[in-house]
Design a protein around this ligand. Structure first.
Ligand code: ADP
Ligand code: MG
Length: 243
């Protein structure tokens, strides 16, 4: 492992998640470093979503520990985890389709206590990242394209002022050109200082933007390194990159 020697912002230790007799996650360790994009890549059914849901407190951890900013958050409720700054982008870009784009974004900030001016400033920052959301601010979220809804879901999560942004396959179901657009914006958000944990089946695109990367197969992490290292790894190329 070559990337980073600082204390991790978030550390997962020996995480196991069982669903009945199904061992979905079999004791994995990984860490997220402040200011980096970390990715967890793997095939369908490998255990990626389960890992993310366990981090967010939305599925029960069978065992293991999660440390965030020096605090043990293993047993915290989902609500407290979000309030602490670990915010997951809604899965399947579950925007509220009968509300306007602006209302969806404002809802993302509803738990904040830092005042209307700070929220308004963040709204403008999100419009700058995703100009299409500004153009469509008064329209219903349900009328957005798939790519635009993904942007809205990311924007809504950003309104919660995350310290770590968690994303579950933002590329799913989107055309390659839209995926590139979204990943470029994730890079941009990251350059502005946000730590990102990206779970993806689109291994090539995810590794391209990742500082640090882990490969998960049937519930176990089998490889790790920088994004660049794994892009150049023959095992990764054979199994995931079709080359
Ligand atoms: N709620 C659940 N109940 C039972 N098995 C589940 C549940 N969620 C996921 N699984 C199983 O756990 C494994 C990992 O699933 P998942 O984390 O969704 O994989 P991925 O997100 O990598 O596609 C799969 O075998 C899946 O069928
Ligand atoms: Mg999944």
């Amino acid at each position: 492992m070559s990337a980073g020697t600082t204390t991790p912002l978030l550390q997962v230790q020996d995480l196991k998640v069982n669903f009945g007799h199904v061992q979905a996650v079999k004791g994995i360790d990984f860490e997220l470093h402040e200011g980096q994009i970390t990715t967890l890549v793997g095939a369908n059914g490998a255990g990626k979503s389960t890992t993310l849901l366990a981090l967010s407190g939305l599925v029960k951890k069978t065992s293991g520990r999660v440390l965030f900013a020096g605090q043990d958050i293993t047993a915290l409720s989902p609500h407290k985890i979000v309030a602490g700054g670990v915010v997951q982008v809604a899965e399947g870009r579950a925007t509220l389709t009968t509300l306007t784009v602006r209302d969806n974004l404002e809802l993302g900030g509803y738990t904040r206590r830092d005042g209307a001016a700070a929220r308004a400033a963040d709204l403008e920052r999100i419009y700058a990242l995703f100009p299409v959301l500004k153009d469509r601010a008064d329209g219903l979220a349900g009328n957005l394209s798939g790519g635009e809804q993904q942007m809205l879901a990311i924007g809504r999560a950003l309104m919660a002022r995350p310290r770590v942004l968690l994303l579950d396959e933002p590329s799913m179901g989107l055309a390659p050109i839209i995926v590139q657009d979204i990943f470029r914006t994730l890079r941009e958000i990251n350059k502005q200082g946000l730590t990102i944990f990206l779970v993806e089946q689109n291994v090539r695109q995810a590794l391209k933007i990742a500082d640090r990367a882990y490969v998960i197969e049937t519930g176990s992490i089998v490889l790790s390194g920088t994004g660049r290292e794994l892009l150049g790894n023959p095992k990764v190329q054979d199994a995931y990159l079709g080359s």
